[in-house]
Design a binder for this molecule. Structure first.
Ligand SMILES: [Zn+2]
Ligand SMILES: [Zn+2]
Length: 421
């Protein structure tokens, strides 16, 4: 009996990895430009961390977390809580008042697996802690847009404000009053949410609920003056950076900790509308987790499964060349001669490959093709005795003799020169 992977836990095969690496490399390049530093975090945390940050009444904490109940620990369902826990634990704010951080890795949620959504999924998460200014919000969104643009993806940015503890309770009451009058039309989840987490009703995907909330009170009309000023400044800054966006008053995000600006990069290319990146400001969260008072923060996460799927959809298939040069060694003596040469080329930083199977020239040329080798050096026993191999440029099919009498160090250098031409 074959053992298979668990449902929702997926292997990322070598063919797919090319896109994953491109995503990671692009992210690291863009983060560098914005002065973001990497932080690496553990996968397991105390369950309490997520209950306190994400919120007890959220779908994530209520039913999606992988928890070892007897040990009181949970596999992280998102990155922000862990990152802030580390930030507080190590007092990072003492060293540097404004921290620009990112982390890349797997997260775990027990949801129904679907295309682009696994139970072990991967996120690129980025946070700026310690800066309350609206320009920071715009800068992060500009970063997200630059990254997605660099990957060649077309997505659109939607922005909302969720207010603050000053103005949200009043809005919440108005929303609950509105929903109370319309309970009959709401789905079962939303009936419950009206009591536990009424804002979530605004982004219910069910058609009836969607229609019912069209005329619900808008958070944007109930912001306190500080939140309103902040949100206006965010929009002005987005305009001045040339970032295009759309206001979406129904976007509430699934986590309790968000305040003020929230945003999503969405696409319609994956069937139903889907967010490939999302985040927002969480100005009260750090204090709530036992950190310094009045420490603001904002961040967002990008889903790597969806990004990879989107790249595939948009037919972006980078091929990774697995060899600069393949040495086709024919005969046992040629194999003995070639192995140190391959090793020397690797020392010099080249991708060099050969195999020891002593297969036919045809079979080995086929292998060179599979590896996308740019050059092949053919060495048989006869070539060896005449001290002259054949160097083949795989792009233009040109062949030239290649003298073999020097020691391998020198041969490797000569090959390098030939390959640079
Ligand atoms: Zn407010
Ligand atoms: Zn609903």
């Amino acid at each position: 009996m074959k053992i298979k992977a668990i449902n929702g836990f997926k292997d990322i095969l070598p063919d797919e990895v090319a896109n994953w690496q491109r995503i990671e490399n692009t992210a690291r390049d863009i983060f560098r430009r914005f002065g973001m530093q990497e932080i690496r975090l553990p996968i397991l945390e105390k369950t309490e961390l997520f209950a306190r940050s994400i919120g007890e009444a959220t779908d994530i904490v209520e039913k999606e977390m992988y928890t070892f109940v007897d040990k009181g620990i949970t596999m992280r369902p998102e990155a922000t809580a862990s990152l802030l826990r580390a930030y507080i634990e190590h007092g990072l704010h003492v060293k540097q008042p404004v921290q620009r951080l990112f982390t890349i890795g797997p997260m775990f949620r027990h949801e129904r697996p679907q295309k682009g959504r696994q139970r072990q999924f991967h996120q690129i998460d980025t946070e700026i802690i310690g800066a309350p200014e609206p320009q920071i919000d715009a800068e992060l969104m500009a970063l997200g847009q630059m990254f997605l643009h660099e990957l060649g993806l077309s997505v659109s940015l939607e922005v909302n404000s969720l207010g603050c503890p000053e103005c949200r309770p009043d809005f919440r009451n108005r929303l609950v009053a509105y929903l109370d009058e319309r309970q009959d039309g709401l789905c079962e989840d939303c009936k419950r949410r009206t009591r536990t987490n009424p804002l979530r009703v605004l982004d219910c995907k069910k058609r009836n609920c969607k229609q019912l909330v069209q005329d619900a009170p808008s958070i944007l009309e109930h912001l306190c003056s500080a939140c309103d000023t902040h949100f206006t400044a965010v929009q002005q800054q987005l305009d001045s950076l040339g970032v295009t966006y759309r206001l979406n008053k129904f976007m509430v995000r699934g986590l309790d900790y968000y305040t003020r600006t929230t945003f999503e990069f969405i696409t319609t290319d994956l069937g139903a509308q889907a967010a490939v990146a999302a985040g927002g400001r969480y100005d009260g969260l750090i204090e709530q987790l036992g950190g310094p008072r009045n420490m603001p923060g904002i961040g967002f996460a990008m889903g790597m499964e969806r990004l990879a799927l989107l790249m595939e959809q948009q037919e972006s298939h980078p091929t990774i060349a697995q060899a600069d040069i393949y040495i086709a060694a024919l005969g046992t003596e040629a194999i003995s001669f070639s192995a140190p040469l391959v090793h020397q080329l690797r020392i010099q930083g080249k991708q060099a490959a050969m195999d020891y199977s002593n297969r036919s020239l045809k079979a080995q040329m086929k292998q060179a093709g599979r590896l996308n080798a740019r050059f092949t050096l053919i060495i048989g026993d006869q070539e060896l005795s005449e001290q002259e191999g054949v160097l083949r440029n795989m792009d233009n099919k040109e062949q030239a003799p290649f003298p073999l009498q020097e020691p391998v160090e020198i041969l490797a250098r000569q090959l390098e020169k030939q390959m640079a031409i």
